[in-house]
Design a protein. Sequence first.
Length: 408
Amino acid sequence: MEKFRIAVRKFSPFESTLQKLWDAFCIKNNIQTEVEMIPMELHDLYEQTITKKGLKNGNWDIAHLNTDWIFDAANEKAVLDLTSFISQNPPENYPEGWHRSLLNLQHINNGIYGLPFHDGPECLIYRKDLFEDLTEKENFKKQFGYELFPPKSWEQFTQIASFFNRPESDLYGCVFANYPDGHNMVFDFCLQLWTRGGSLLKDQNKININHNQAVEALDYYRKIVNNTQAVHPGSKNFGSVEAGMAFAEGQAAMAINWFGFASMCEVIDESKVKGRVDIAELPHDENHKTASLNVYWLYTIGIGSKNKSLAYDFLRFATTAKSDKLLTTEGGIGCRKSTWNDVEINELIPYYHKLEMLHENALTLPQTPIWPKVTELIDQMVLKAIETDIPSKTLLEETQQNIEKLTN
């Protein structure tokens, strides 16, 4: 028999978990099949599974796909609709075992195109040891005239980041992920927009970013990421994983990143901040509420797989409460409510139960066939904003024109 092939999002907790799960699955079911797991960066993963039709033509039995791509994958008929499998043999405690916000995006045209694998919405991650230090609190209040707490507004975020920026001690106020990979800066722009009451959409699901809140969002973001008195100098070359590692190594007081990078601080060997981290909701405009972004990872089965039944059996095994907990202790983020509320997990990662709170304010990106192309345009726009002096208003107008060309 040919090897069973899995396309994996490159991230050591994912890789180690998957290997352990496959080994346990084979022992339990007396399966001799050889597996090949190929870890890939975001761009390569999308290209190998969707662009080059790897899921369609049987190159991959299972793939990690994120919810930004699933609409595309379903419309391209690249991934298997799991509805009939689920109705005959549902995953453990399905669907009640998951929060509703982890079941929506893979439901497309009455089909179910994946099972939740890894999650953790965007949040503010901060060093609670610094924020709770009495000397720091006293000095901060003298300088800014208010108590040091996790920032409620973006103005406070800037002030706190500049206060903790101490390059001589290898500590920076905050760290961003500004590597232009079509993801991080797009997400950051969306968060800036939403926390100012803005939206990506106008009527009939049409994308529109040419408005005042978008100008404010882009203005603030380009200013903060270029603020050498507040930001980790590596940010320009960091993806979310590298930014997460810099935070775990104790190089920043704050980060806006996925919840998973907060929990990673408690479980990975490289972490220098175990027990010194907490999370909070994102800062926001005083007239508007906070927001989070929910993009999550799915296990999907390739439509061209010759091993669909085996693949589905593995998916059921990989999404049990026990497997979900394993992913978490390895450094990923379990998706089940049972993991979020697990006593041992919350002893290990004291803020784990806060996932429910983040999901209550979590927004999702538009599901439209053009979204992958829109992300490239927004990514280029934010990069231009950071690297040039072209006014935000001009950049947004140009980008909006290019977005409209995609639909004509």
